[in-house]
Design a protein around this ligand. Structure first.
Ligand code: MV4
Length: 446
């Protein structure tokens, strides 16, 4: 087992990883930018190293600074958390070259999954259902128009380097193809330095359901059931739950099998997520594979009663997994509490938390680095806390979430708590009747 892990991240996930390391008897190194010098991960880690100024490119994204911190502290592994360098091929490679275990995917797996057209080709070969569309990249708008005649409108153009909706255009009719093509290409080129575009049939009002997977260094893989992440706004998830209210035992078996196929096709090591779009007929299609621990891993932990960070560390250290799948025994919901003003276009609201009281009681979990007096820096994302509730049924989980939200006091900054309170009372949400289009019509302001 590792003796010392450096956590190349900040905020709640840095604290989350430190907690598990402590329970496993592993020493920890926090790295921090000057904006985070008074943060809880810095306080609770065994050692802390400043890696630069607030701007991420010079601290949490600086491979040289982080590797230097690992060398001087003698860390034998690095946990990247999510975001930042967690899916950076070069970082995974540099760790390898320095004899430091990267607790995440291998460089070739990151590259193979990061390029979406390549990922899709791999999944088609492995027998994982994919959305009908172009075979690989399109070379010009003429080919796009020709392909769309076969795929049939509406179609969607996607940037191969994309994710998060950048360089994506829905095209409803041939007349709109030229403009969509030009703008998708230009946006992708500017954002990723790669303007490769492929095409798919556009699936209208799908659900976003992802399967948690784990694989070990011996080729074993299993799934840990699903999370429903359909409720998003501008590709930012707002709430996640498991089991999905749309799930059936039969669909879970089929999606679980497909996710395991996906994991085995790339000999996946560690924990990861296979994202699917699910249409109204419960047909599902591979969308992306995430080679990191995700923000929403918590709800899976609650319903299968397992520490996924511990699992991740054990797999990285060479432990075998049993290969059996995990099924939810409870219902868990996570609300992302962001320092944003939901009544003002979710505008970020950084600043000092002047007063703080978090809910508690049976079935309530809070993952946060926030406290009274904490100043939320404006340099990073606006998530300040994850409120997770677990209960026997979905109905009870919603009632518990309402109760917990009512107890949650955060003053000094605007938060998404009032939004979540409205959501818990929404009829469609309560009935489990929602798709990725939910936020387009949800009137939470009245
Ligand atoms: C799609 C789609 C419909 N049809 N692909 C959005 C982010 C990127 N990773 C893929 N996305 C989508 N791909 C086809 N063929 C709809 C979306 C999509 C979406 C997907 C998941 C969650 C929220 C979404 C919001 C808008 C669009």
């Amino acid at each position: 087992m590792f003796k010392k892990i450096l956590i190349a991240n900040r905020g709640e996930i840095a604290l989350r990883v430190i907690r598990t390391c402590k329970e496993m008897g592993i020493k920890t190194v926090a790295v921090y930018s000057t904006a985070d010098k008074d943060s809880l991960p810095v306080r609770f880690a065994d050692e802390a190293v400043c890696i630069g100024p607030p701007v991420s490119s010079k601290s949490y994204l600086s491979i040289a600074n982080i590797i230097a911190a690992a060398e001087i502290t003698n860390a034998d592994a690095i946990h990247p958390g999510y975001g930042f360098l967690s899916e950076n091929e070069k970082f995974s490679k540099v760790c390898q070259e320095h004899g430091i275990k990267f607790i995440g995917a291998l460089p070739e797996q990151i590259a193979g999954m990061g390029d979406k057209a390549t990922a899709k080709a791999t999944m088609i070969s492995a027998g994982v259902p994919c959305i009908p569309g172009s075979v690989g990249l399109l070379k010009d708008v003429k080919e796009a128009i020709k392909t769309a005649l076969v795929v049939k409108y509406p179609v969607i153009l996607k940037a191969t380097a994309g994710g998060g909706g950048k360089g994506m255009r829905i095209v409803w009719k041939e007349e709109d193809m030229q403009n969509a093509w030009d703008s998708a290409r230009q946006e992708a080129g500017a954002a990723f330095g790669n303007d490769g575009i492929y095409m798919e049939k556009y699936i209208e009002e799908p659900r976003h359901i992802e399967i948690q997977i784990a694989g070990d260094q011996f080729g074993n893989a299993c799934h840990l059931s699903e999370r429903d992440c359909s409720i998003q706004r501008r590709h930012q998830k707002l709430i996640e739950e498991t089991p999905s209210p749309f799930m059936t035992e039969e669909l879970r078996e089929r999606m679980g099998d497909a996710a395991i196929k996906a994991a085995k096709a790339v000999r996946y090591e560690g924990v990861g997520t296979v994202e699917f779009l699910v249409d109204k007929n419960r047909d599902f299609y591979f969308m992306e594979m995430n080679t990191r621990i995700q923000v929403e891993h918590t709800i899976t932990e609650e319903v299968i009663n397992y520490d996924l960070i511990k699992e991740q560390i054990k797999i990285a250290a060479g432990h075998k997994i049993s290969g059996k799948n995990y099924y939810p025994k409870m219902h868990a919901i996570q609300c992302r509490i962001n320092a944003e003003d939901p009544f003002n276009d979710f505008r970020p609201s950084p600043g000092k938390i002047t007063s703080y009281h978090s809910p508690g009681g049976h079935g309530v979990r809070i993952d946060t680095h926030a406290y009274a007096g904490y100043v939320i820096p404006s340099n990073y994302d606006s998530m300040i806390s994850k409120l997770i509730v677990t209960a026997q049924t979905r109905e009870e989980a919603i009632l518990k979430m309402k109760r917990a939200l009512d107890e949650y006091i955060i003053e000094g900054v605007k938060t998404t708590i009032p939004f979540h309170q409205k959501l818990m009372d929404n009829k469609d949400f309560r009935e489990g009747n929602f798709t990725t289009a939910f936020m387009e019509t949800f009137d939470y302001k009245s």
